[in-house]
Write a protein that binds this ligand. Structure first.
Ligand SMILES: Cc1cc2nc3c(=O)[nH]c(=O)nc-3n(C[C@H](O)[C@H](O)[C@H](O)COP(=O)(O)OP(=O)(O)OC[C@H]3O[C@@H](n4cnc5c(N)ncnc54)[C@H](O)[C@@H]3O)c2cc1C
Length: 391
């Protein structure tokens, strides 16, 4: 069963799969399939990474632009079903922060560039711990000419070489946290690459800012000091997308394992399929589907600006990625040692999914923040903002 067939039974209950959107999805999946046939082995990291970048540009040039809103979830699911490294093959990604919060002229420029296939990264995490964004130390100092000079170090940054710009979170002149967009070709940026264990299609590592100069009237996202609001609003939308990609990867493994067992049965290599295999196939199918529906609900809440959107996105990401990890772990043995070969799709899915246990929010912190919000809601009618709940 391919990933489009996985979505088909959901059409009557998911408005984002009604006819026009469904045709777009089918075309997108066909284009992905065509590109994928010419993909190099992910083992050849340089060629694989170049192919991923080209796939993003090529899909953009062919007009495969993710519709705004929750429908993006389904596009990410299809991308993940081919390979988790395709998580950035469509959509504005972290560039959504620029489109939403940058001054109009800056947003316009980036709208064009993102639609042409360029990419924007995020630089938030620092050595003291990405789960404590309130403690960031990267500084923005206001110079006499009104420009901001940024200095500090960000770590574990993905898309380090591929991004055309980064949204950098800094402690601004007023001591509050702000978000600014920094061009990736700024000569005062220094990069140190680190080899990741998974998600190897995108470069990863340390980004150092040495007195990087930006004009806040062009580069600041939102008002000065509103960085945490930008961060939380963005992740309420972005985490469901990441989760959908992870669930797509698990669905891809599910289809591979199910198809392999069915072939072995058909060819007589297996006289009968044991119950433990059938049970695992049934259970993981429904767990992946349930998590996908949950992140669709989270995406709809974010789209509507619902006060619980952040909580749903945090809990949905942690639970959904955990579901994907567990599903692949449980499905892998059903086809035996074949899936343990280096470069096998299942082995790759396992290491790639492990990266998502950290990226875009480490899970114990997400569950904890979700629990804190739920307790706050239970303790009285007062609604707390997502940023307050995350504190
Ligand atoms: C593949 C990948 C891609 C990534 N891409 C990016 C990117 O593009 N941009 C970016 O900015 N970051 C990126 N990251 C970093 C990611 O966001 C962080 O890994 C994540 O936020 C967790 O931060 P940390 O790794 O520093 O762990 P920490 O925040 O140090 O957390 C480690 C553990 O310590 C716990 N902890 C925290 N505080 C306490 C306390 N007071 N007492 C006890 N325990 C505590 C946490 O709950 C957690 O269990 C990426 C990471 C990965 C793996």
């Amino acid at each position: 069963m391919n990933a489009v067939a996985w979505l088909e039974p959901l059409r009557s209950s998911v408005p984002e799969l009604r006819t026009a959107a469904w045709h777009h999805l089918e075309h997108f999946d066909a284009a992905l399939g065509e590109l994928f046939r010419a993909a190099p082995s992910p083992g050849d990291v340089v060629a694989w990474s170049a192919w991923l970048r080209e796939a993003r540009r090529s899909l953009a040039a062919r007009g495969h632009l993710v519709p705004a809103g929750p429908a993006g979830i389904l596009w990410q699911f299809l991308a993940g079903a081919r390979d988790l490294d395709l998580r950035d093959c469509v959509g504005p990604g972290h560039g959504a922060m620029v489109l939403t919060h940058a001054p109009a002229a800056t947003a316009e420029v980036w709208d064009r560039r993102l639609k042409a296939g360029e990419l924007i990264g995020i630089a938030a995490t620092e050595r003291h711990g990405g789960s404590r964004i309130r403690e960031i130390t990267t500084r923005a100092i206001r110079a006499n000419d009104g420009l901001w000079r940024l200095s500090g170090e960000k770590c574990w940054v993905s898309r380090l070489a591929e991004a055309a710009a980064f949204v950098v979170f800094v402690r601004g002149p007023n001591e509050h946290i702000s978000a600014v967009v920094v061009d990736a070709d700024d000569p005062n940026l220094e990069r140190e690459m680190i080899e990741p264990a998974g998600l190897g299609g995108w470069t990863w590592g340390v980004l150092r800012l040495h007195d990087v100069c930006v004009d806040p009237s062009l580069a600041l996202l939102g008002r000065p000091g509103c960085g945490l609001e930008v961060f939380h609003q963005h992740f309420a939308r972005f985490r469901p997308l990441v989760t959908a990609t992870a669930l797509g990867a698990a669905a891809g493994v599910h289809s591979l394992v199910t198809g392999t067992l069915a072939d072995r049965h058909r060819s007589g290599r297996l006289q009968r399929i044991r119950d433990n295999a059938s049970i695992t196939i049934g259970r993981t199918h429904t767990e992946i589907t349930a998590s996908l529906l949950a992140v669709l609900a989270a995406a709809r809440l974010a789209e509507a600006g619902h006060p619980d959107a952040g909580t749903f996105a945090r809990l949905g990401k942690a639970a959904g990625v955990d579901t994907a990890v567990r599903a692949v772990h449980d499905l892998a043995p059903l086809i035996g040692a074949a899936g343990f070969q280096r470069g096998h799709r299942i082995a790759k899915a396992q290491t790639d999914l492990a990266g998502l246990l950290y990226a875009d929010g480490i899970h114990d912190s997400l569950y904890r923040a979700g629990g804190v919000s739920l307790l706050a809601n239970a303790s009285g009618p007062r609604r707390r903002s997502p940023s307050a709940a995350a504190a």
